[in-house]
Design a protein around this ligand. Structure first.
Ligand code: AG3
Length: 283
């Protein structure tokens, strides 16, 4: 059987059985593959790195979306940068009274995800509350005059085309299109194997925002342990919302989930000491 061999991190490879290749294409922008694996179901990879799998995407996307939305408590507009598979968009559509702008650079990711992995986006791209923009996310945030309550940066890792989505300039432009009290959430890699990425994001976001931290979730197809989401805002109260209030908001929102609970939300911000020690700011 063919083996998918992810070589994203030096010295550690993730090998997945390829039961069937569903689609493979090298686009102008990236090398995309969709294949079937017995544990993860359908898997989408970009440039040799697992992006989304049918079986565990709910963990990644629920924590990406419901944590900032329920922490904030009054979100009406969300900007997603990347996220062309539609997984974050599907979670966002569970919330009432929401308008989403999704900006992805590669239309083929969206089309292929809709076609071959339809459960990931679950109809989000047909929802009138979603405004799809095919554009470079960096350019988009630099040029727009609009404002959003939450910005979700659902990027690839900081190598190749995704690298610009980790720069100080990009974070600064994102900040300038945040509404008052808004929150930015980033995909910040697996700290055990991507320590320098974590430190760099902490320094960059920390130079722009007063409340910067990370929260964690284990995504089985992202090798190396728990993954970190970056959290940046200027309103510390969002992070200190009580369990009772989170539970109230969760009930009121009426969102079906399989990973997220208010307790998991709170606990995700507890950082093990070795990760806290990575976060020493140099400014
Ligand atoms: N965003 C996260 C990709 C992380 C890849 N890292 C890895 N395989 N260890 C992908 C987009 C999902 N919506």
């Amino acid at each position: 059987m063919e083996l998918f061999d992810e070589t994203l991190h030096s010295g550690v490879n993730l090998a997945l059985d390829v039961e069937e290749v569903i689609y493979r294409e090298k686009t102008d922008l990236q090398d995309l593959m969709i294949f079937r694996n017995s544990q993860f179901g359908l898997v989408m990879s970009l440039d040799g790195a697992v992006q989304t799998t049918e079986k565990d995407e709910f963990i990644y996307h629920e924590m990406f979306v419901h944590v900032p939305l329920l922490a904030h408590g009054n979100v009406s507009r969300v900007l997603v940068i990347g996220g062309g598979d539609g997984g974050a968009a599907r979670q966002l559509m569970k919330h009432r009274d929401i308008a989403v702008t999704l900006v992805d650079i590669d239309r083929s990711v969206i089309e292929l995800s809709r076609k071959y992995m339809p459960t990931v986006s679950g109809g989000a791209f047909d929802d009138p509350r979603l405004d799809l923009v095919i554009a470079d996310g960096c350019k988009f945030v630099a040029e727009t005059d609009e404002r959003w309550d939450v910005i979700i940066i659902d990027s690839t890792d900081p190598h190749g085309p995704g690298e610009v989505l980790y720069t100080l300039d990009f974070y600064r432009d994102c900040k300038s299109c945040l509404a008052d009290g808004g929150i930015i959430i980033t995909q910040n890699g697996v700290p055990f194997v991507q320590e320098s990425e974590l430190k760099t994001s902490y320094d960059r976001l920390g130079s722009l925002f007063s409340d910067v931290t990370f929260y964690l979730a284990a995504i089985p197809s992202y090798v190396g342990g728990v993954m970190a989401y970056g959290w940046a805002c200027d309103r510390a109260a969002h992070r200190k919302v009580s369990l009772a209030i989170l539970a109230e908001r969760y009930m009121a929102a009426g969102i079906p989930t399989d990973y997220y609970t208010p307790e998991v939300h709170q606990a995700a911000f507890a950082l093990p000491l070795h990760i806290q020690k990575m976060l020493t700011r140099k400014d």
